[in-house]
Write a protein that binds this ligand. Structure first.
Ligand code: GDG
Length: 525
């Protein structure tokens, strides 16, 4: 097993001031253009017609803010709210290339797609087609059906919006006096680098993929025209980054499989294609420890923690996830049921608290999955309805907390004896890192091998195969009966690892690699 931790700078190397000198020098000479489907902030229209803005809480926004003081930074993103769209139109009419919202250091350029094109790009191709493909989620005898509508969504949606992204990025780049450095995010924008490269041959392009990259055989479920276009465009990047080394390797193999004239250099993780070299790198994403700790210590979280006292038991198992098929929530409950069957001495002494955020309810599979979750929880709770009492009332083995409440989720992470993170295939699973940072019980993490976090946290966690209900039940038992010294040692190792390999380390490692690349090619000199 290859552990990729060495690739990311440690907190100590980064030091108090942060960035290595060469990387800082690069940032001072360039304009960093970050492009992602969802932007770092949203505009809303108030009753008096004025705009208010709401900043997103995602880790990437925090990471980028950490480097923004060295750089002339611009974020290119889809206009998603009515306020975004109105503000984008206003900017277009006024010839305002970059929007600088008041009270914010973020500067923006919106991509304003027409409704139909956006629907094809987002609701038909990105989610679910690419998301399902990249998480190996298809029940292949039945799905996907690539039909006339899919092709229309590809040509008039995905291709169109990716072109628009490229045009807006190039417009932002041309408006800047400094050299542009473009960092693209994720699966919504696979065709964007190829178009940018045609428009600006000398630009530096980097693309980070937050989700898994499956093997070339599985990519064959997508028509050749689509997958070749994706690979061809991705190789217009100078660097393509992944969460794990296995995703990186699969990407290299997928390019080789789908394109003619590809030359792979596994030793240096490089792909040579059409006279260009693309470096393939591994940057496991992480969390903003200070921000996570601040939310966990907030009044809101403390209030939730108090409320959770009524739900914890002698032993408490927690999971925190979007209600998302790739997270493997149903099998987690089946494993818990099996654990109670095999080890009946735990009946009445252990509670499973599941904090689930409803997600993508416009996609049928997600609605069905939420139904499956409710059904299995109902069945298990009914099965044990008269099995034991807790504080004088009937014991309930599983409590479901459904809804969007981040402080509550973090409050729960402080309290687990076991955190179950058993994703089928996943990018990183930041929840595992948040748990490692916040937990106050020397809790044990059960991690599936195909969760991205496994490569870093695996050595100090119990690991399972995601489909193996029997072994997951055993792992729950092992965790709950583990020697306290071992629990304490693992917890402290994990906390230390997350503290040093934090979200700043993630972005600094990328900028550092870009600096090495531009030095090697004598660009920006
Ligand atoms: C994608 C990839 C990759 C929890 N409850 C609530 C809430 N959370 C937070 C968690 C965590 C985040 O949401 C979920 O992050 P994950 O990494 O676990 O999963 P995805 O959402 O699937 O993220 C994934 C990630 O991108 C980053 O690259 O790791 O593999 O799939 O921080 O604590 N957030 C809100 N309300 C809640 O109730 N708003």
């Amino acid at each position: 097993m290859v552990h990729d931790t060495q690739h990311v700078n440690s907190g100590d190397e980064i030091g108090g001031n942060g960035l290595p000198g060469s990387a800082r020098e690069l940032l001072e000479k360039t304009t960093l253009i970050i492009a992602s489907n969802r932007g770092p902030l949203e505009f809303h229209i108030e009753e008096d017609g004025s705009y208010s803005t709401k900043r997103g809480s995602g880790g990437v926004v925090t990471a980028v803010s950490a480097v923004s003081r060295y750089n002339d930074l611009i974020w290119v993103a889809s206009a998603m709210t009515d306020g975004d769209r109105a503000r984008a139109r206003e900017a277009d009419e006024a010839g305002e290339v970059i929007i600088s919202p008041p009270d914010s250091d973020i500067r923006l350029r919106f991509v304003l797609a027409d409704e139909d094109a956006y629907d094809g790009y987002y609701n038909r191709i990105s989610n679910p087609l690419l998301w399902f493909l990249q998480h190996y989620l298809w029940d292949t005898p039945r799905s996907p059906d690539i039909d006339k509508e899919t092709w229309r969504a590809w040509r008039d949606g995905y291709v169109t919006v990716n072109r628009q992204f490229a045009e807006e990025i190039v417009a932002a780049a041309r408006a800047s006096k400094r050299k542009p450095l473009v960092m693209l995010q994720d699966y919504h924008l696979y065709l964007t680098p190829g178009i940018i490269r045609e428009m600006m041959p000398d630009v530096t392009l980097q693309h980070f993929i937050h989700i898994p990259w499956p093997d070339p055989d599985y990519w064959q479920l997508l028509p050749r025209e689509m997958r070749s276009a994706i690979c061809d465009s991705m190789l217009a990047n100078d660097i393509v980054g992944f969460q794990t080394s296995s995703h990186a390797r699969s990407f290299m193999n997928t390019c080789d499989f789908n394109l003619d004239g590809v030359d792979l250099d596994y030793r240096h993780r490089e792909i040579h294609y059409r006279g260009r070299t693309t470096k393939v790198a591994v940057y496991p994403i992480s969390i903003d420890c200070d921000a996570v700790e601040a939310v966990a210590a907030s009044e809101d979280a403390l209030r939730h923690e108090e409320h959770l006292n009524a739900f914890v038991n002698e032993f408490t198992i927690v999971r925190v996830d979007r209600a998302e098929p790739s997270k493997n929530i149903v099998r987690g409950f089946l494993a818990y049921d099996r654990f109670l069957e095999k080890f009946p001495e735990f009946i009445g002494r252990v509670n499973f608290l599941a904090f689930l955020v409803p997600s993508r309810l416009e996609v049928l599979e997600y609605v069905d999955y939420l139904d499956d979750i409710n059904t299995v929880v109902g069945r298990i709770n009914t099965k044990y309805a008269n099995a034991a009492e807790q504080d004088g009332v009937a014991w309930q083995p599983i409590s479901l907390f459904i809804g969007d409440d981040y402080p509550r989720a973090l409050a729960a992470l402080k309290r687990y004896d076991v955190l179950l993170v058993n994703a089928i295939f996943d990018g990183m699973n930041l929840v595992a890192k948040e748990g490692a940072l916040l937990n106050q019980q020397d809790g044990v993490i059960i991690l599936s091998e195909a969760a991205g976090a496994y490569q870093q946290l695996g050595p100090h966690s119990l690991t399972v195969s995601s489909t193996d209900i029997e072994s997951t039940a055993e792992a729950i038992h092992t965790a709950l009966t583990m020697n306290p010294d071992k629990r304490a040692a693992w917890s402290s190792e994990l906390r230390e690892l997350v503290r040093t390999q934090n979200i700043r380390a993630w972005i600094y490692a990328q900028i550092d690699d870009l600096a090495k690349l531009t030095t090697a090619t004598r660009e920006y000199r």
